[in-house]
Ligand binder design. Structure first.
Ligand SMILES: C[S@@+](CC[C@H](N)C(=O)[O-])C[C@H]1O[C@@H](n2cnc3c(N)ncnc32)[C@H](O)[C@@H]1O
Length: 333
């Protein structure tokens, strides 16, 4: 009892109390202890939350990476890709399909892409159907956008089997043994030039640069033009307007990555430029449905283009793995 009285007096005077095994600290000391305990607990909680937050951010980043890959094309497990490529080794080129050749060259037009970090679009299954009949002809090809690294554009596709870039030019070269091939890019790519390939520097967003390039070629028209450059709708439409007049009658003009809309190789390309220029897919879809070009577009001479377009066909090529072809058309001699 006396200790309680002393305690009370001590507490009244100093805020402290005598320590006794059966007495819990009270007053200021108790407050300090409780505060310290709360502080420790909340620090632990913050650490736990930070850890959970870090794990969640990692998961979100991984999910975003895989969604980006899925949007950009087909992601193939590396062992499947290696198996498929190994099977093609030593097969004579003339026996290889356009997709096989594209896969070996490391362009992303095939089903594999340059490496496991860079998925593919599988455009070549569709292109093969259009182009197989021309395989042995002396066709003239122009590709815009070569996937070559340089100061003007960081072409990150140039890695893996596509080291140095130019995978699509090598694909055309091997698929069409008699073709004359021109490649243009905003980055110079003289290392790709050979007996049938010539590269040129050109900005596809600049009509004057395109006109100068065409002048430099002289009297050359094309059987096949492929736009795999910046993927910006305004550039796609300027390029189409300037090059389409140089496509031969019966020729094919292909525009790739209509959904990416133009911030280039980074997979961040769903930006809409619709205030200045309608999305190219939309411009062409409207033309397909209504036979005229909707404003606002960036096609230089829409009248000429409208008069000379025979058909506009969209394709949605997908294939999950090398050996998943679902259709085979066999024609009799
Ligand atoms: C996706 S890569 C082409 C890939 C290549 N066709 C293949 O299949 O391997 C895009 C290329 O377009 C080029 N490019 C970007 N902007 C351009 C522009 N304004 N004019 C011409 N080329 C451009 C880049 O330098 C890059 O090499």
């Amino acid at each position: 009892m006396w200790k309680d009285a002393v305690n009370r007096a001590l507490h009244a005077l100093t805020g402290y109390e005598l320590r006794r095994p059966d007495l819990r600290p009270t007053g200021a000391a108790q407050q300090r202890q409780a505060h310290a305990a709360r502080l420790t607990a909340s620090r632990r909680r913050v650490a736990r939350l930070r850890e959970a937050n870090r794990r969640l951010r990692d998961q979100v980043a991984a999910a975003e990476r895989s969604a980006r890959r899925a949007r950009r094309g087909i992601s193939m497990p590396p062992e499947q890709a290696e198996g498929a490529l190994a099977e093609l080794g030593g097969v004579p080129t003339e026996r290889l399909s356009l997709t096989d050749i594209a896969n070996l060259a490391g362009t992303d037009k095939g089903t594999i892409g340059p490496s496991e970090d860079w998925p593919a679009h599988n455009y070549t299954d569709v292109y093969g159907a259009y182009l197989e009949p021309w395989r042995d002809r002396e066709v003239t090809i122009l590709e815009v956008g070569l996937g070559v690294p340089g100061d003007a554009w960081d072409a990150r596709i140039a890695h893996g089997r596509n080291e140095g870039g130019g995978g699509s030019l090598r694909t055309w070269y091997d698929f069409f043994p008699r073709a004359r091939i021109h490649g243009v890019d905003i980055n110079p790519a003289p290392h790709l030039d050979n007996d049938r390939i010539t590269t040129h520097v050109m900005d596809q967003g600049d009509p004057e640069a395109i006109a100068a390039f065409l002048d430099s070629l002289g009297d050359v028209d094309f059987d096949l033009i492929v736009d795999d450059g910046s993927h910006r709708p305004d550039h796609q439409q300027i390029t189409f307007g300037c090059l389409f007049p140089r496509l031969r009658p019966g020729g094919l003009y292909l525009i790739e990555d209509l959904l990416s809309n133009g911030l280039g190789d980074g997979g961040r390309g769903r930006r809409s430029f619709s205030e200045q220029t309608l999305n190219t897919r939309r411009v062409l879809e409207r033309f397909r449905l209504h036979g005229e070009f909707d404003e606002p577009h960036a096609i230089v001479d829409p009248g000429y283009c409208a008069d000379h377009i025979a058909s506009v066909t969209f394709h949605v090529p997908r294939r999950a793995a090398p050996h998943t072809e679902a259709v085979c058309a066999i024609r009799k001699k």
